[in-house]
Design a protein around this ligand. Structure first.
Ligand SMILES: Nc1ncnc2c1ncn2[C@@H]1O[C@H](COP(=O)(O)OP(=O)(O)OP(=O)(O)O)[C@@H](O)[C@H]1O
Ligand SMILES: *[C@@H]1O[C@H](CO)[C@@H](O)[C@H](O)[C@H]1NC(C)=O
Ligand SMILES: *[C@@H]1O[C@H](CO)[C@@H](O)[C@H](O)[C@H]1NC(C)=O
Ligand SMILES: *[C@@H]1O[C@H](CO)[C@@H](O)[C@H](O)[C@H]1NC(C)=O
Ligand SMILES: [Mg+2]
Length: 466
């Protein structure tokens, strides 16, 4: 019996496997084969995010199933159209096979990470993919919460229950997104105080600056229009990413040479760290925005922060680290493995949820970054916010209705304009003829209503319809 954590990144996927008895970890990485579709879950083909990403993917996006976005890809030597859920399922299957081949055991139970800003609809699409892949996802875990668990579980010096909590800021800059959370740690416990994010900001934006620079330079120097050739542009992007990584460990001039970029023409250029930082000055400034937000929302001052832990490949850029350190007025720490922390946190969570494992207890309280409202109709619409911004999750609330006639209950995000997603509805429930309904909203990654017709009868669980 093995339990597994999957971190499906925009660029890299990590699998962490926890094994019984020894509880050792095995981590594997795999690059996406068909990649960059992580941000398309449940979106329509016309969605602006989809359309703006179209140029960045090396395959064709097509409308499938009622106008949802899908992709045209070669599979078993034939061209096929797949929905994003199918692609995700194929990826999960590949990760599962990799894990099974490594540990010689069957993998079914898993925990999968998702960005903290994924809405209910996106999370459901991920769960659809899990089902197609034949896996059993015990929980979806927020990226930075997984990092927080990896951070806290083996720390021996956490405050006891009656002491002040240790405040730690967790920062994850990946290829496509930037996420920050403020957490309060005590022995055996972590509470997320607030999360903040820049949903379209990550390592690739820094690559893109280099691409723009060299496109202009090659145009002037060789009269080559790299942007007009898809393959040439992709090669330049890859070389620029390599260059960016090299600049993280060297401040000297680094050459960029590409043979036969366009029409047999070889090109060359160079770049160094200080010049790169000039080109990316505004991106480096942008790093502080979510840091300010998370501190405001958690009602913290920098002097309250005991540690700033950074993960994700993007935090290897020296200027990004320096900016974070400057903001908090202290050195950032990277005690966790920057690449594996998310997958490891997921595997730990999976082990905790699995009866086959004995892991030390660690309680996690997360937050919802988007306020959630409940509305109901019969005699005029009424709407109430049930979970405000950064409300603790899981949490249940009891709301009582006195109604003679059937009515409709709707759960939705309160502020559609703050969502990084076009759908604000979460669920809808048509109540039967009830004289009295007690509704308990227990919110985790799924929204469930508990309805009963009498005060003292146990509420029945009702799954929300779409
Ligand atoms: N040494 C380095 N210096 C600078 N950038 C690096 C370095 N190593 C990796 N990166 C960058 O980190 C990014 C990948 O990080 P990571 O694997 O955390 O992303 P991801 O999890 O796939 O994406 P996301 O979390 O956005 O879904 C890429 O942009 C990569 O170029
Ligand atoms: C970095 O590049 C700039 C612009 O080409 C140049 O002026 C500077 O001297 C270079 N610095 C180093 C350390 O090579
Ligand atoms: C944060 O620091 C301030 C000033 O040092 C202090 O008054 C406050 O209690 C601290 N808050 C927390 C949550 O530790
Ligand atoms: C992750 O965040 C979502 C909303 O952002 C929340 O509903 C969910 O409970 C969190 N996940 C966990 C495992 O706590
Ligand atoms: Mg990531």
């Amino acid at each position: 019996m093995a339990v597994v954590g999957f971190d499906i990144g925009f660029q890299n996927n990590y699998i962490a496997v926890a094994k019984v008895i020894t509880f050792c970890f095995l981590i594997t990485n795999s690059k996406n084969t068909v990649f960059n579709f992580k941000r398309f879950h449940g979106r329509s083909f016309d969605d602006i995010i989809v359309q703006s990403e179209r140029a960045n993917v090396p395959y064709d996006l097509v409308p499938v199933n009622d106008g949802r976005v899908g992709a045209k890809v070669m599979y078993l030597d034939k061209e096929h159209q797949f929905s994003i859920e199918q692609l995700t399922a194929m990826l999960l299957t590949k990760l599962k096979d990799t894990a099974e081949a490594n540990i010689q055991k069957k993998v079914v139970d898993c925990v999968i990470s998702v960005p903290t800003f994924f809405t209910d609809a996106e999370r459901r699409r991920v769960l659809d993919a899990v089902q197609i892949a034949g896996l059993n996802c015990l929980r979806l875990m927020n990226d930075t919460t997984a990092v927080a668990l990896s951070y806290g579980i083996y720390k021996e010096d956490l405050p006891s229950p009656d002491e002040k909590p240790k405040i730690v800021i967790l920062v994850d800059m990946g290829h496509s997104a930037f996420q920050v959370s403020a957490c309060a740690f005590k022995k055996g416990k972590l509470k997320v105080l607030a999360t903040a994010f820049d949903t379209h900001f990550g390592g690739r934006d820094f690559d893109q600056r280099l691409v723009e620079y060299f496109c202009t330079e090659f145009n002037a120097k060789y009269k080559l229009d790299v942007k007009s050739r898809v393959r040439a542009l992709l090669r330049l992007q890859q070389e620029c990413e390599k260059l960016k990584k090299l600049m993280s460990s060297s401040s000297m001039d680094i050459p960029l040479n590409i043979e036969c970029l366009i029409d047999e023409k070889d090109v060359s250029g160079k770049m160094n760290r200080s010049h790169f930082e000039e080109l990316c000055a505004d991106l480096i400034e942008r790093v502080t925005v979510p840091l300010v937000t998370v501190m405001e929302q958690a009602e913290l001052q920098v002097q309250n922060v005991s540690a700033v832990e950074i993960v994700g490949g993007g935090t290897r850029i020296p200027a990004v680290r320096a900016k974070i350190a400057k903001f908090f007025g202290k050195d950032v720490s990277s005690t966790l493995n920057a690449d594996e922390a998310v997958a490891r946190g997921c595997a730990l969570q999976c082990a905790m949820l699995s009866p086959a494992f004995k892991v030390r207890e660690f309680s996690i309280t997360d937050v919802t970054p988007f306020p959630i409202s409940l509305s109901w109709s019969t005699e005029g619409d009424e709407c109430h916010e049930v979970f405000g911004k950064n409300h603790a999750i899981p949490f249940s609330k009891i709301i009582t209705f006195y109604r003679k006639n059937p009515f409709i209950l709707e759960v939705s995000y309160s502020d559609p304009s703050s969502l990084p997603y076009p759908e604000s509805k979460i669920g809808k429930y048509h109540t039967q003829l009830l004289f009295l309904a007690v509704v308990r909203i227990f919110s985790q990654e799924m929204y469930t209503l508990f309805i009963s017709s009498k005060w003292d009868s146990p509420p029945t669980q009702v799954n929300l319809q779409f």
